[in-house]
Design a protein around this ligand. Structure first.
Ligand SMILES: O=C(O)C(=O)C[C@]1(C(=O)O)C=C[C@@H](O)C=C1
Length: 174
């Protein structure tokens, strides 16, 4: 009988994994912040919705337990994603207030945007499971993250505001 070499298998998985998938989804969520900002520009609703935030955090905690990942670090990760959206929203709303000619001419329905964010939450949770081991590798985690973020920022042509949001979003990954 062959005994599987568990540490070797784990090594291989660690080497193979990257943060490319996770950072892609984080950036997609940040870009949706543009739609949220446009919707709030027209509705006048505040950027902060503490009730909605608590719903998201409670729900991801429950999912984390079911998926076998740490609920506290999962909630911290999603709090960072929410904070990143607020960076984008505040930046755009301030810019549009100062330059109304640059403001959007229509805003999408917030409920429709939230459905998109909920779908991304499910995908982000699956990625957190996939990269769970990589998040605990210290310097290797930091290096992998920097590479994936740089790749994603270039692919999405992110401006300074959105790159700032990526920094906020990625703060709790490693
Ligand atoms: O749903 C909203 O109203 C948003 O602004 C999005 C979002 C989020 O990132 O999920 C961000 C800030 C709010 O406090 C609540 C949720």
């Amino acid at each position: 009988t062959t005994v599987p070499a568990a540490p070797a298998v784990h090594e291989a998985a660690t080497r193979a994994a990257t943060f490319d998938g996770l950072t892609e989804l984080m950036i997609q969520r940040i870009v949706i912040g543009d739609d949220v900002a446009a919707s709030k520009y027209f509705s006048g609703k505040p950027v902060d919705d503490p009730v909605r935030e608590q719903q998201i955090l409670d729900s991801v905690r429950q999912s984390a337990v079911q998926l076998g990942i740490d609920p506290d670090s999962t909630a911290a990760f999603f709090q960072a994603q929410i904070d990143a959206s607020k960076v984008v929203q505040r930046g755009l709303l301030a810019y549009w207030a100062a330059h109304p000619d640059k403001a959007p001419t229509s805003g999408p329905d917030l409920n429709v945007i939230r459905e998109k964010l909920d779908a991304l939450t499910t995908q982000l949770l699956a990625e957190l499971v996939r990269v769970d081991h990589l998040r605990q590798t210290g310097l290797r985690c930091d290096i992998s993250l920097v590479v994936s973020i740089a790749t994603g920022e270039i692919r999405h042509h992110l401006d300074a505001l959105h790159r700032q949001a990526v920094r906020t979003a990625s703060a709790t990954v490693c």
